[in-house]
Write a protein that binds this ligand. Structure first.
Ligand SMILES: [Zn+2]
Length: 421
C-alpha cells in the first residue's frame, strides 16, 4: 500500500512571527472582523463585558494569557452565531496608576504629590493611562485579539473607567447606598501603608506576608507603688510602645513571680524557662486572675500623649502560651485585636503616627520622626530609662503593601464603609 503525503515536508525553518503577521495582514486587508460583525448584527446577543486591564504599563505575559481565553470565548460564541459588544475596557484609576507615575517622577510620598500639585499629578496619571492604553491596544492587535479597537473616526472604542460617564454612575451608586442608609463612617484599626498613605482591606493582605527581621523586644513595666516589681512584656513592634494603654493577662493561666538580681518579675509560668536566664529563682505561682486590675508604669509614659492615660492590667483570653511572656502589650491605636479589646472593655486609645508614618505632635521627642527609622532610638530610650530587658533580632512573617512592598503598620483610621449585613 502506498501512503501519499498530503503536506509538503516541513524543513524546520518556519518563522512563526512571519506567519502570524501574514494572517493579521490578511484579516486586515480583507476586513474580516468587520465582515463578521456585519454578518452577526441582527443575531441574538451574547454578552461579554470585559473586566478591564489597568493601563498603567505595557501588557505582561499574564495579561496576554488571560486575554487569550477571553478571545477564544468571544470567537467561539461568534462562530455559534451570536452578536457581541466587542468592547475592551481600561481601568484608569487608583494606586496602580499613581504608584507608577510617582516612580516615574521620582516621588517618595504623598507629600511629594502635594508639592507637585494635585491637578498636575492627576493630568500626569491620565497621560500615562492614554499612553499605555494605546500601547496595550497595539499589543492586543498583534496578539490577534478581536475587539472593536477604534471607532471610525479613529478614537479608541474601549471604555475607560476615568470617563465622566463612568464616574457619575459610581457617584450615583454611592448616593443610592446613602439614601438607603448603608453608607457609614467607621473607626477601625486597619493595615496601613505609610508610603501610599492609605489603608488596605483584608483581601489585599492575602499573599502579602514575607519573612522579615524585626526586633524582639522584652521590656519591663513597674507595678504601681511596688518598687522593683515588674511585669515582663514582649513586642516585635517597639514603636507601638508609644501607644501602650494596657497589659493583657490570660486569666486562666498560672503566672510565675520570679527573682532575678534584685528585681521581681511576673510572667506566664509556662514561658519562664524559655525567657528567663538560668539563675532566675521562682518565688511563687500566682493565678492569672489575681494579676488583673493593677496599675503599672507604661513603657513610654514620659511622652506628653501618655499623661492622661489610665493604664491597667486586663483579662484577655487571646493571650497565648506560645511566645512572648504571657503578658501582652496592648496599643489599641496600632492593632486590630487591640482595638477590638479596647472597644469591649473601654481602654484609652492613642494613634501615634499620621497618614505618612510620622509621629504626631504629642509624641514628645519622637515628634516628626518616621516610624521606619526609630527602632534604634527607641531601644536606647528604653535602655536609658531602665525599661529594656532584652533586645534581639526576630525573624517572622510580616505583611507588606502589595503595591509598593513597604512593610505595613496597623493604624486606627476613619474609613467609609458600605453596610452589607
Ligand atoms: Zn504601599
Amino acid at each position: 500500500m502506498k501512503v501519499s503525503l498530503m503536506f509538503k515536508p516541513f524543513d524546520g525553518q518556519m518563522k512563526y512571527p512571519d506567519m502570524e503577521k501574514r494572517i493579521l495582514d490578511w484579516w486586515e486587508g480583507n476586513g474580516i472582523f468587520d465582515k463578521l460583525r456585519t454578518q452577526l448584527a441582527d443575531k441574538p446577543t451574547w454578552s461579554f463585558f470585559d473586566g478591564p486591564i489597568t493601563a498603567n504599563n505595557a501588557m505582561g505575559v499574564h495579561h496576554a494569557w488571560g486575554r487569550t481565553y477571553k478571545d477564544i470565548y468571544c470567537r467561539y460564541k461568534a462562530m455559534k452565531g451570536y452578536n457581541q459588544r466587542w468592547q475592551n475596557g481600561f481601568d484608569c484609576q487608583g494606586l496602580w496608576v499613581e504608584v507608577e507615575v510617582e516612580k516615574a517622577l521620582g516621588f517618595d510620598s504623598k507629600r511629594d504629590i502635594e508639592e507637585y500639585g494635585l491637578e498636575k499629578f492627576s493630568l500626569a496619571c491620565r497621560a500615562r493611562v492614554d499612553k499605555y492604553a494605546e500601547r496595550i491596544v497595539q499589543q492586543s492587535i498583534r496578539m490577534g485579539q478581536w475587539m472593536n479597537w477604534y471607532h471610525e473616526d479613529g478614537h479608541p472604542a474601549s471604555y475607560f473607567t476615568m470617563d465622566d460617564n463612568n464616574i457619575e454612575h459610581i457617584w450615583h451608586f454611592l448616593s443610592v447606598c446613602n439614601e438607603k442608609g448603608w453608607l457609614y463612617k467607621g473607626h477601625r484599626s486597619m493595615p496601613w501603608c505609610w508610603r501610599c498613605g492609605t489603608s488596605l482591606s483584608q483581601h489585599e493582605l492575602v499573599d502579602s506576608y514575607k519573612e522579615q527581621i524585626d526586633p524582639s523586644c522584652f521590656f519591663r513595666c513597674q507595678v504601681e507603688d511596688r518598687p522593683n516589681e515588674y511585669f515582663l512584656v514582649w513586642t516585635t513592634t517597639p514603636w507601638t510602645l508609644t501607644a501602650n494603654t494596657a497589659l493583657a493577662i490570660q486569666p486562666e493561666a498560672n503566672y510565675a513571680k520570679v527573682r532575678l538580681d534584685n528585681d521581681t518579675y511576673y510572667l506566664m509560668k509556662a514561658l519562664v524557662e524559655k525567657v528567663m536566664p538560668k539563675e532566675t529563682e521562682l518565688i511563687e505561682t500566682v493565678p492569672g486572675k489575681e494579676l488583673i486590675g493593677l496599675s503599672f508604669h507604661g513603657p513610654m509614659e514620659n511622652l506628653p500623649v501618655q499623661a492622661e492615660v489610665t493604664r491597667r492590667t486586663v483579662a484577655w483570653d487571646m493571650v497565648s502560651e506560645e511566645e512572648g511572656t504571657g503578658i501582652v502589650h496592648i496599643a489599641p491605636g496600632c492593632g486590630a485585636e487591640d482595638f477590638q479589646l479596647s472597644q469591649d472593655i473601654g481602654l484609652d486609645i492613642i494613634v501615634p503616627i499620621d497618614d505618612n508614618g510620622y509621629f504626631t505632635n504629642r509624641m514628645g521627642w519622637l515628634k516628626g520622626k518616621h516610624v521606619r527609622d526609630t527602632a534604634e532610638d527607641i531601644r536606647q530610650d528604653l535602655d536609658t530609662r531602665g525599661v529594656l530587658f532584652r533586645w534581639e533580632d526576630y525573624e517572622h512573617r510580616y505583611p507588606f503593601c502589595w503595591r509598593c512592598k513597604t512593610p505595613l503598620v496597623f493604624r486606627l483610621a476613619d474609613e467609609w464603609f458600605i453596610a452589607a449585613d
